[in-house]
Design a protein around this ligand. Structure first.
Ligand SMILES: [Zn+2]
Length: 387
């Protein structure tokens, strides 16, 4: 099979409706087969349930100092979105490539796969590695297994490029994230007998007020240098959904909400998660003193480390040299980059084609010019690895 162009690979990838809730194995099968057709062995890291897999591969000599191209294979759903074209077919119109995932981030995936195949035919002095993950769009948690597998097996790369859409700017930092699903269990009595009941809503409000107090505290503090580039330059705690109760005159038996935290580099998401759990336990103990069996169940949903800017790190130097971008960029969205940094100890930046504003939208698109700039970037990486 002749090598496909990046655009032809993009057509293939977008045709797999690899929504996070579904299996990504058909897409992985195709990538694995395509790479194998070009003499490139790849390795799967299966999900615990077996319905999904990460994939990694390497071309070039098995020595340290290479580059990892990191992309995710999953996309967000199209349910309820008004698309003008079939989201699972790439349509080129007015200099744009429309389709689910074109921007976030099958455009970068296609470039990375094409670069790997081209790299296999070139005399590289250091390797090019591909890291293709699942479940990025549902909290970036799964990639930890992929990072561990690559660190264990492959020679250590000098730089990781996470190709999330950044308009090919070099993004050196983002906040981390924590999500905690909370379910307060109260005890129902007529509200006229308030002290004998436990209102799940009123008790939840204590935990939410704790979050408000932390925000006020964080805001009042002078930001640490690593946090100062962000807006706002402090860790935020937020409850965006809440439901509970049955009637205005019954102490609520149930209240459910989700607490989300956006943690600045330099602070530890686990510390914040543990602080919330400790406060929940304190409130639960007080609830149980009134009536046994009550309390707040707190179920951590995700925990994503921040991407911490590395002053003059290898990934930053490489990406700046190839893109010519010397600006300072931190972003508000999360990526898998923090795990590469924290778990793998890799120097990591985010740099990829397209605008995050188009991600997750109906009529998601990638500018052809961005796709071409991304391909130039890949050529630069190959030239660098061959030098
Ligand atoms: Zn993405």
């Amino acid at each position: 099979m002749p090598a496909l162009s990046p655009r032809e690979i993009l057509d293939r990838l977008v045709a797999f409706p690899s929504v996070s809730r579904d299996s990504n194995l058909p897409l992985v099968d195709w990538v694995e087969g395509y790479l194998a057709d070009h003499g490139i062995a790849s390795v799967r890291v299966p999900s615990p349930c077996g319905t999904k897999a990460h994939l990694y591969a390497q071309v070039g000599p098995a020595v340290d100092g290479g580059v990892i191209l990191s992309g995710h294979s999953d996309v967000v759903p199209v349910d309820g979105q008004e698309w003008d074209t079939d989201p699972w077919t790439v349509i080129e119109k007015d200099g744009r490539l429309y389709g689910r995932g074109c921007c976030d981030m099958k455009g970068f995936d296609a470039l990375a796969i094409a670069a790997l195949v081209e790299g296999a035919g070139r005399p590289l002095n250091r390797p090019l590695q591909l890291a293709l993950s699942y479940d990025e769009e549902v909290g970036c948690m799964a990639v930890a297994d992929l990072v561990r597998a690559m660190v264990d097996v492959l020679p250590k790369a000098a730089a990781v490029i996470v190709g999330e859409p950044s308009m090919m700017k070099v993004v050196t930092g983002h906040k981390g994230g924590v999500g905690i699903r909370c379910h307060a269990h109260g005890f129902e009595v007529h509200s006229s007998r308030l002290p004998y009941g436990v209102s799940a809503i009123m008790e939840s409000a204590r935990l939410i007020q704790w979050a408000n107090d932390r925000n006020a505290e964080n805001m009042a503090r002078t930001p640490a240098p690593l946090a100062a580039e962000f807006d706002p330059p402090w860790t935020t705690l937020h409850v965006g959904m809440i439901e509970g109760g049955t009637a205005h005159n019954i102490t609520a038996r149930d209240c459910r909400f989700v607490m989300e935290m956006r943690v600045v580099p330099g602070e530890n998401p686990e510390t914040w998660r543990d602080a919330a759990l400790a406060e929940g336990a304190r409130i639960s103990a007080a609830m149980q003193a009134i009536h046994p069996g009550t309390g707040i169940d707190m179920d951590p949903m995700f925990r994503v480390p921040p991407l911490t800017p590395e002053a003059g790190g290898a990934a930053e130097r490489l990406a700046r040299r190839l893109t010519g971008d010397n600006g300072t960029h931190v972003v508000s969205y999360g990526t898998e980059g923090g795990q590469f940094q924290v778990i793998g100890g890799y120097s990591t930046v985010v740099c990829g084609p397209g605008d995050i504003a188009q991600a997750h939208q109906a009529n998601e698109f990638l500018d052809v010019a961005q796709f071409e700039a991304g391909w130039q970037f890949m050529q630069g990486i190959l030239d660098d690895l061959a030098a």
